[in-house]
Structure formats: C-alpha cells, structure tokens
Design a protein. Sequence first.
Length: 129
Amino acid sequence: MSKIDALTVKQTAATGENGENRDFELEPGKIEFPNLAIMLPESNAGSFYDWHEDFVIRGDSSDESERNGEIVYLASDQKTELARLDLFNLGIFKIAPEKQEANVEQIRRVKAEMYCERMSFTWLGETVG
C-alpha cells in the first residue's frame, strides 16, 4: 500500500424515554462504516483486478467472496505494533488507474475502493503523553 484514504466511523445517537418523568437519555444508535480506498503500485494490483473481475463483472459477490483485512499502525521503529484496525466483510466495487500527469516520471498507481461491513480497533501499544 502506498496510501489509505481517511476513515471516519459515524454513530448516531437515539433518544429513549426513561421513567415516570419521561427524561430523555441518549443511547448508542446505528454505526456507519466508511468505504475503504487504497492506493497501490500497479505492479502489485493483479490480485485486486482479479477480485474485481470475479466480484463485480462476473457477479460473484456472495458473503463467501467478501474478504477481511487489517491496517496495522507501527511505532517509529517500523516494527513495534501500536494498534490494529481489523476490517471484516470487504467487498471491492471499483478499481481504476490513478490519473498521470503529462511528462512526469512516476510510479503508476491504482486506486481500489471497497465497502466494509464491520471494523474492530485494538490498541496494543503503551499510552503516550
């Protein structure tokens, strides 16, 4: 991966009546997970193109064809894991080459976009600050 677009998880708040006084309390509501968009070198995108071909073009988009993934956050030593974001039930829906600027030497990249049905965040490192 060369880039992962920002992820923003949203959760609504539902109000519920409580007791005789009809006091309103906020309760957790529905969680909305964002789509995942990643950039990777075109030379490493073969498996994503194959998955897109099966999942979108051929229509094999069953639960068994969804994939899981993870994003690992590393410390500055690039070895120690600080946190992990586990991604469940990913389904690819778009893949396309990045637009290239004319007359500029650069690595050809591909952007793959996937929906994500569930995420789980785990903090593994020490608390800093």
